[in-house]
Design a protein around this ligand. Structure first.
Ligand SMILES: *Cc1c(COP(=O)(O)O)cnc(C)c1O
Length: 377
């Protein structure tokens, strides 16, 4: 066991079974036909988590690779594309869209609230000449989960290809890729699945493949070109040598999610219990609605900095939590209770340390955080 408890919103704790799998003896993943079957079975297992019949790919590179690859592969120069933006990751998606020369329109919405279907609907009624739209399932910095199902179905009714960053939500929040009309959903190994950082996984719908394969201009770049993957299985050919050890570890992590089969429920109970504990103690949360069940973002009172909280938690209690970046820097602290971190004992210890840390800096709290933490599960 790590001498520190890592309670950040990714990378998360890696289960021993996953660590063991990372150490397994390897074969040549380009030449060994058995590896192609193993990779395929792993993709099929991911499909069950995503609730999709669409193709799934696992790429070598952390979550950001998937975001860039989706934009690089889908967007043609000059095309109208929509960036739905209610947070740091949502806005950042727009940078990838413009990097590949999309003509980007931003739909901006309150950074403290989940996206509102009616507002998006009212916007789309007037503006819907878009080929692609990007949005984020869970805004990890602010701790907000967006109602992506309703929004993607609506976008799709206008014939817009939907691209969703669900990196910090997959396996921790409900997700139904097919029922919700998501053309490309993006995930990373290091969040709720609790494998080491290093892999992106994504699903690609028929409409998304069609768009990529029938472009007027070639896809720029190689590593981000998803169309290279269209026939990997038939051809028994990967665009580059697969990170076989990472995939061995990832597979065990995916199988753990499927075998336990309680992830969504467990995250919901945990998210609710953590929020209730903090609110009862008079601590403010950053979001005003759409609370994430995988990460809780706490708004700091004026008399303490996030660095002070971070350092005290780490140095005096051996627990690592997270601050945030960009406009949230020094305004919030975040507890990741996702994947292997989503267990009562770990969250209890975290709240106990946070209780002591808050007291050290004279942050007013009612009662004791850990004693008020009740997980009905
Ligand atoms: C973690 C995360 C990513 C991936 O970012 P990395 O910097 O590769 O960890 C992408 N989107 C969201 C919403 C995330 O939380």
């Amino acid at each position: 066991m790590n001498d520190k408890l890592i309670m950040t919103p990714g990378p998360t704790y890696i289960h021993e079974e996953v660590r063991q799998a990372l150490a397994k003896e390897i074969t040549n993943p380009d030449l060994d036909k058995n590896f192609y079957e193993f990779y395929k079975e792993t993709c099929d297992a991911v499909k069950k988590i995503l609730k999709t019949e669409n193709d799934v790919l696992i790429l070598s590179g952390e979550g950001i690779l998937g975001l860039e690859a989706a934009c690089a592969s889908l967007v043609e120069p000059g095309e109208n594309v929509l960036c739905i933006d209610n947070g740091i990751f949502g806005h950042g998606f727009g940078d990838f869209l413009s990097m590949y020369e999309g003509n980007v329109t931003y739909f901006e919405s309150d950074y403290k609230k989940a996206l509102d279907l009616d507002e998006v609907a009212a916007f789309l009624e007037k503006n819907h000449d878009f080929k692609v739209a990007t949005l984020v399932h869970c805004e990890t910095p602010s701790g907000i989960t967006n109602p992506i199902g309703d929004i993607c179905r609506l976008l799709k009714s206008y014939g817009i290809i939907t691209v969703v960053d669900s990196v910090s939500a997959i396996a921790g929040e409900p997700l139904e890729v097919d029922a919700w009309d998501i053309d490309i959903v993006l995930g990373g190994s290091q969040k709720c699945l609790s494998a080491p950082p290093g892999l992106t996984f994504l699903s690609v719908s028929k409409d998304a493949w069609d768009k990529m394969l029938h472009r007027k201009t070639p896809i720029r770049g190689y590593y981000c070109n998803l169309s290279n993957w269209k026939t990997w299985y038939e051809d028994k050919w990967f665009p580059y040598t697969q990170p076989i050890s990472d995939i061995y570890g990832f597979r065990v992590a995916v199988d753990r999610v499927l075998k336990k089969n309680d992830y969504i429920k467990r995250h919901k109970k945990m998210g609710e219990a953590v929020r209730k504990t903090l609110l009862e103690a008079g601590i403010s949360l950053y979001p005003v609605n759409g609370y994430s069940n995988t990460v809780t973002t706490i708004e700091l009172p004026g008399n303490v900095t996030s660095t002070e909280i971070y350092e005290t938690m780490l140095n005096e209690h051996d627990i690592m939590i997270a601050g945030a970046f960009a406009y949230l820097k020094d305004k919030v602290i975040r507890i990741g209770h996702m994947g292997e971190n989503c267990y009562e004992e770990k969250v209890y210890l975290t709240l106990k340390a946070l209780d002591k840390t808050f007291r050290k800096y004279n942050v007013k709290i009612e009662g004791e955080l850990h004693k008020q933490f009740v997980l009905n599960y």
